[in-house]
Design a protein around this ligand. Structure first.
Ligand code: SF4
Length: 356
């Protein structure tokens, strides 16, 4: 698919034409990654963060949020819960928290690998290459780090730089890949100042990076942040600004599937938060093949408020699991067996030479 075809789809509003796009994406999904839906249990192990991203409720300047770090035994309990529910992967996620000492993470990863059949995904922010290397040696399989947008100027505007950073986020993703991790990354859709050209570049960058997992969710700023308090901040004129709508999120998921046919693509929690009833289900019918049920204990999950009204604030893991199983049954698609990894997969994007 060419850049101009992608652009046309991003501007398409005719429901019948969009149904064609979604049907094509669903066929590609079925042909390349099959019907299985991979369940990756998410544990939000700490909400401390050194960074100050202009939209995120966990940013360091937000003094309203109650901070926590889970204990090792609490995290291991979540890992056992993932096994008992048949999930193939556990995802340990946090803000950029240097209170999570590297050796502690290594020990946790080793224990999970020794005591369970789970694949371990880490999503702990921009950490030093030595730390990333030690966690890989301890057995971590994957690392998730969103590049958010391929537009460097836009990225810098909403992510104030920290001193002593040697790597850009995209540079760090290359380091992570070189360490042998399967790499997950992604973007936000509708960032203020995000143009259609920038979004098209994002889609082609997915292909170039050969990502294992690609997440794309709508931009939902937290009210206790600069972007949450100024809805007009840096927005482009109507027609140039990418809208952070549910429909745009489905278009991006479908186009990502067509461009990167064998990637793992989640129906994101942000999308499910916009449409609690149908968001995940529609994403799974329009190219997605992964869901990340939240295993974080209820006392903590309410404090992991990256954006407001996040799905699962008020639900528990048991309830969400039952809902998911019902949804899979309704869709006639089985839960994935094993870890659902893509090691050895190659990007077959026909347009991967048309890069930035
Ligand atoms: S988006 Fe991530 S790095 Fe940025 S403030 Fe939130 S938790 Fe921290």
């Amino acid at each position: 698919m060419s850049r101009e075809e992608v652009r046309k789809w991003l501007h398409e509003n005719d429901p019948l034409r969009l149904a064609e796009l979604y049907s094509q994406a669903d066929t590609v999904r079925k042909n390349y990654v099959g019907d299985e839906i991979h369940l990756r249990g998410l544990v939000e192990i700490s909400n401390h963060c050194l960074q100050n991203c202009a939209y995120c409720g966990l940013r360091r300047d937000n003094v309203v949020v109650e901070r926590y770090r889970m204990s090792d035994s609490e995290i291991l309990e979540c890992a056992y819960a993932a096994v008992s529910r048949g999930y193939g992967t556990i995802v340990l996620q946090s803000g950029e928290d240097y209170g999570l000492e590297p050796d502690r993470i290594s020990c946790l990863v080793s224990r999970i690998k020794e005591e369970t059949p789970l694949a371990v995904t880490l999503s702990l922010g921009e950490r030093f290459p030595e730390e990333l290397a030690s966690w890989r040696e301890a057995g971590a399989d994957r690392y998730l780090l969103k590049f958010e947008t391929s537009d460097d100027e836009l990225y810098e505007r909403i992510h104030p730089a920290l001193p002593n950073r040697v790597y850009s986020r995209k540079g760090l993703l290359r380091v992570i890949k070189d360490l042998g991790y399967e790499v997950g990354s992604g973007i936000m859709i509708g960032l203020p100042g995000q143009s259609y050209d920038a979004l098209i570049n994002d889609l082609f960058l997915f292909c170039e990076m050969g990502l294992d997992m690609i997440g794309a969710g709508p931009f939902l700023p937290h009210p206790e942040t600069p972007l949450g308090q100024d809805a007009t901040y840096a927005r482009l004129p109507e027609g140039e600004q990418v809208p952070g709508t549910e429909e745009m999120a489905y278009k991006v998921i479908a186009l990502t599937r067509i461009l990167c046919p064998d990637a793992n693509i989640p129906g994101t929690t942000a999308l499910a938060s916009l449409n609690r009833e149908e968001g995940r289900k529609l994403a799974l019918q329009r190219g997605a093949n992964v869901v990340m049920p939240n295993l974080t204990p209820g006392t903590y999950r309410r404090c992991y408020e990256i954006y407001p009204e996040k799905l699962c604030f008020h639900e528990d893991a048991e309830w969400e699991h039952a809902q998911l199983m019902q949804m899979l049954a309704d869709l006639g698609r089985p839960p994935g067996k094993g870890s659902g990894g893509r090691r050895g997969g190659s990007c077959t994007c026909a347009a991967k030479e048309m890069l930035l």
